[in-house]
Design a protein around this ligand. Structure first.
Ligand SMILES: O=P(O)(O)OC[C@@H](O)[C@@H](O)c1c[nH]c2ccccc12
Length: 254
């Protein structure tokens, strides 16, 4: 699947035009996550659909969902901007950035420097860089470019092998372990458990995907995660604010 997505991205790159540059103040993802009042920092995701699940939320108003996340006290918001596979849009990010006061992570498949510039222009505070999608050297260059433009980067890896390749090149300030394998979509929280001890002390560890309830949050925190990235289970809540409270405090869980 990842190969298919990357092939489409390469095609799209040919037609990519840069939007008007937004004047925006950057917000630190890492600082916000470290200042969480919860047992972990929460990055809550705005995602309408995914290749593995199809449509996740029918009643999809990205700005309203983000405003609810903001009100609920999340530490950051992740916005899917990929159109083809996730039914996102880069304009969602720009509007959301103007309507909330937490850092915004751009969730997309970034493989080219022009997409990093685009991310800065649309108002992103941080970008996702996927270890399985890039050579370590190339990932490092995109990472440096992001920081040079005043953004941060969440460096995501799924396997030990990918993490090894990345760490041989450099030490990212924020590392995400994706519990979902992007080739098979198999998702298990034990991936965070297996990988946590391999992530350097100075990297903030984010556990991504497949986190559904407070027990899951407690588990990944026990494994060593300092923050979590949650999409689907929050997107399926009718009452987003209450859903966030339940996830992070365990109150009212059945
Ligand atoms: O919906 P979930 O299982 O809570 O997962 C969120 C997030 O981790 C997932 O959307 C994601 C992780 N890495 C990605 C890379 C591209 C697109 C999406 C993702």
């Amino acid at each position: 699947m990842l190969e298919t997505i990357l092939a489409v991205k390469k095609q799209e790159l040919q037609q990519l035009y840069l939007p008007e540059e937004q004047q925006t103040t950057r917000r630190s993802l890492r600082d916000s996550l470290l200042e969480s009042p919860y047992i972990a920092g929460l990055i809550a995701e705005v995602k309408k659909a995914s290749p593995s699940k199809g449509i996740i939320r029918e009643d999809f108003n990205p700005t309203q969902i983000a405003a609810d996340y903001n009100q609920a006290g999340v530490q950051a918001i992740s916005v899917l901007t990929d159109q083809h596979f996730f039914q996102g849009h880069r304009d969602f990010l720009t509007t959301i950035k103007q309507n909330v006061d937490v850092p915004i992570l751009r969730k997309d498949f970034i493989i080219d420097p022009v997409q990093v510039v685009e991310s800065a222009y649309i108002g992103a505070d941080a970008i996702l860089l996927i270890g399985e999608a890039l050579e370590a050297r190339q990932l490092h260059e995109l990472y440096n470019q992001a920081y040079d433009l005043g953004m941060e980067a969440l460096v995501e890896v799924h396997s030990e092998e990918t993490l090894d390749r990345v760490l041989n090149e450099f030490t990212p300030r924020i590392v995400g372990v994706n519990n979902r394998n992007l080739h098979t979509f198999e998702t298990k929280l034990s991936q965070t458990e297996r990988m946590a001890s391999l992530v350097p002390e100075e990297s903030l560890l984010v556990s991504e995907s497949g986190i559904v309830n407070y027990e899951d949050v407690q588990d990944v925190v026990e494994y060593g995660a300092k923050a979590i990235l949650v999409g689907e289970s929050l997107m399926r809540q009718n009452q987003i604010v209450e859903g966030v409270q339940r996830l992070m405090n365990g109150v009212g869980e059945s």
